[in-house]
Design a binder for this molecule. Sequence first.
Ligand SMILES: *Cc1c(COP(=O)(O)O)cnc(C)c1O
Length: 419
Amino acid sequence: MASIFAFYFFMELVNGIYTIQGIDVAEIARQFGTPVYVYDGSKIASQIKSLKNAFSDTDVRIKYAAKALTNVSILKLVKQNGAGVDVVSIQEAQLALGAGFAPAEIMFTPNCVDFEEIIQGVELGLTVNLDNLSVLEKFGKKYGNTVPCCVRLNPHIMAGGNYKISTGHSNSKFGISVYQLQEIMQLANRYQIVINGLHIHTGSEITETDVFLRMAEILFGIAQDFPALKFIDFGGGFKVAYKQGDLVTNVYDLGLRLSKAFKQFYQSYGRKLELWIEPGKYLVSEAGYLVVKTNVVKATPSLTFAGVDSGLNHLIRPMMYDAYHEIINISNPGGTQKVYTVVGNICETDTLGADRKLNEVREGDLLVFKNAGAYGYSMASNYNSRFRPAEVLVVNGEAKLIRRRDTLEDLLRGQIDIF
Ligand SMILES: *Cc1c(COP(=O)(O)O)cnc(C)c1O
């Protein structure tokens, strides 16, 4: 049976039952309760593999952007599949270390943190990625040529799904402007800083290969002035499909063209370098499903609401980014299609999907949100004092609990009752 499971990289409708790796999703919901995040481990593995294949022509290092989904079992799965990790806080670094990543495999890319946190990163042995001049100066003063660092550049490219998730445009807080190259060089010279990596991450949901290649051209031009490079990091932002017909990043095309350009570059640079990428969404988005239960169906004179046992506290992307997450009624696959506005149970407008055609939704039906692996649980909160969902990972045809649902103790943990 196991060899059959390996072919299911998505939730599939088989004989009227939605399954992940052959397991009935409704059964997972019954066993672990709702709302529950369910991740398909084989999909994560296959995404890593597809990137490795796409870049097989170069010395590629995949640094999974852990902030997309930080569960320790997910981090371990990513590591088992041969990827490193990119972290944005010292706490994420500690989680990655706990999951077994070697310090050298961990790229630390913080933004606007106290210099103390950079020092902690150095002391843990991480590759430290600096994204502003004042930090670079402090770093030089403290470490001189004894600790190498990477520099995050802002290429002034507007790229990605929208302004909120774009990080490489001229008004973005991220990176050191490519127009401040002179200052970077001056600091590097003054303090003998060893800059061993250059980094650009221009944002999320970049569909055109050309944007990455334009970024690459900028980096290659700049890289000639940095003799101590070990790697160039092109960041993440590879887009996956959220609905049928969506534009996606063609990673094969990207791998082919970027590898070729990279090779040409390092030949003129004089030395072979590593090519780093930092996919978050690409590795885990499609692997994740948020399974919820319909509490109420409420018809008003204008709309029919399906009110579910979840909300923006569990999946904030629709309200925060106007993100579209496909919704499926897995309890009634043959039902007549009707139009619903799917909302949560939070005292706040928490529309998870407006005007969705779903197979008739009845109270008690299970709805599944797709693409819930990235920035789903990791952005979840206890707003309204509700519990965060459980998390389940499906590996080798088995559904395993990787985080229990919150309890009242979790809500009170850390609180101090002074009366
Ligand atoms: C968030 C982030 C990523 C990953 O972005 P995705 O859109 O999820 O691929 C990569 N690198 C850095 C520095 C990030 O902050």
